[in-house]
Design a protein around this ligand. Structure first.
Ligand code: DLL
Length: 423
């Protein structure tokens, strides 16, 4: 396969671990030295520079380090966890999340280069080559999606068409006129494109590679994108706190999980209740340590995202970096209805298995006489009946939710990430 790897993508497992251990030690000493909030957090856990130098000999010792969560970043808004002088900051991104208090990620020049490298690796892994046209459709602004895809495309020497969000008809026209090869978008925008092509009876652009992320992405939806958009859809992962889109990796053409860029990040799967590190193959909460960031490195950051270690074997693509399973949901997204646990992604997967059902749905959680119940509304072609939907959901989820079948275009749409659950 491709020879466009950076050296670190194919080094042996032992070399990766060595590199990670060295980088992690350096990172720990760096935050202890550079940030009073980190220093205080570690002091309370009995961790100081002496511990790092003498006790941190292998990754077994990592469980002694405290974890951090979004709250640690929120509580220190705007730059309380930042480890560099403000004069060294060159860019920032921000996510507001559901609580409204923002999380800020500052970047130094070196951080921007690190982000660009991670994102460029993703494009190249998907088959992009120098001079190819990359259309960047996530919004440019505080959301990291647009700028991340832009920085990465520059680093991979692509021809960037930075459309940003919206004006879908024009996006499709530009993709045709400029022969876009790589189309980068949040998953919901892929759905919007599907819809627009159908509504306007527009000819499909001759794109090849779709880099989609920011939301859970069921296999059924990936298949629809492949067949209806005629595009190779790749699941790309990243978040504000780790430095943005692409920092945590992407699927390779073997489609056997998401390769995490392990020379830049150390990942663990934790039991969300006990915070114990789980064995490979068991699903839990992903915790991430950024090994090479300067402005705001996160250490044992609990992402809230649920996944498992899929494989540590060398991949058929030649890369040696660990593969995690596509994200199944967030710890705070899990619904428990009538004793059955499930995630919105499973609902999407089940719904899209029904021919004629469209990728627009709502999960409405209601409480009747103190008992939680759920309605699942979905859009579908005219010949799909409520009975068919209910029967299939019963088979796949284990209970029969109530709900209505809506006509195409009747359910509300959101800009950016879609809201599926309404409580
Ligand atoms: O959503 C970064 C991004 C932009 C990724 C564009 C891919 C494409 P945030 O807004 O900070 O950053 O949201 C991060 O989104 O913790 C996950 O819950 C979710 N998420 C991101 N990528 C995926 C994915 C961007 N591939 C949060 N699958 C994360 C599932 C994803 N969830």
């Amino acid at each position: 396969m491709s020879v466009y790897f950076s050296e670190n993508e194919t080094i042996s497992l032992d070399s990766i671990r060595d590199l990670q251990l060295r980088r992690m030690k350096k990172q720990l000493l760096y935050v202890l030295h550079g940030n009073a909030v980190y220093r205080d957090l570690y002091r309370r856990a009995g961790i100081d520079a002496g511990w790092v130098e003498n006790k941190f000999r292998d990754f077994e010792a990592i469980s002694e380090l405290p974890t951090i969560k979004k709250d640690n970043l929120r509580d220190t808004y705007p730059l309380g966890l930042c480890c560099v002088d403000k004069a060294e900051i060159r860019e920032m991104h921000m996510s507001s999340g559901s609580t409204g208090t923002p999380i800020v990620m500052p970047y130094t020049q070196a951080d921007l280069a690190q982000w660009s490298e991670c994102m460029a690796r993703c494009y190249i892994m998907a088959g992009a080559r120098k001079g190819d046209v990359a259309q960047v459709t996530p919004s440019f602004g505080l959301f990291n999606g647009g700028f991340g895809m832009y920085h990465g495309a520059r680093a991979a020497e692509l021809f960037v068409v930075p459309t940003g969000a919206g004006n879908t008809e024009r996006q499709i026209r530009l993709a045709r006129d400029f022969k876009t090869k790589i189309f980068g978008a949040v998953v919901s925008y892929g759905i919007r494109i599907l819809e627009m092509l159908d509504e306007m009876k527009m000819t499909l652009p001759d794109w090849k590679i779709g880099v989609f992320g920011a939301e859970t992405f069921s296999d059924e939806l990936k298949n629809r994108f492949r067949s209806k958009l005629d595009i190779e859809a790749y699941d790309i992962y990243g978040m504000t706190e780790t430095g943005g889109v692409g920092t945590l990796g992407m699927e390779c053409p073997a489609r056997d999980g998401i390769h995490v860029w392990e020379d830049h990040y150390y990942v663990e799967i934790l039991d969300p209740l006990t915070l114990r590190v789980l064995p490979d193959g068991e699903e839990g909460e992903l915790a991430v340590t950024s090994l090479t960031r300067e402005a705001l490195p996160v250490i044992r950051f609990r992402t809230g995202d649920l996944t498992k270690i899929q494989s540590r074997e060398k991949c058929v693509c030649g890369r040696t970096h660990v593969r995690i399973a596509p994200i199944s949901g967030r710890t705070d997204d899990m619904l428990i209805i009538k004793g059955v646990n499930f995630f919105p992604k499973q609902v999407e997967q089940a719904l899209l298995e029904i021919p004629g059902v469209l990728p627009h749905f709502q999960i409405i959680v209601e409480e009747i006489d103190g008992v939680k119940d759920v309605r699942i509304n979905v859009e579908a072609e005219d010949d799909v009946t409520g009975y068919t939907v209910e029967k299939h959901l019963k088979e796949r989820l284990g209970f029969s939710p109530k709900g209505d079948v809506y006509k195409k275009g009747e359910l509300p749409r959101q800009e950016g990430k879609a809201q599926r659950v309404f409580k």
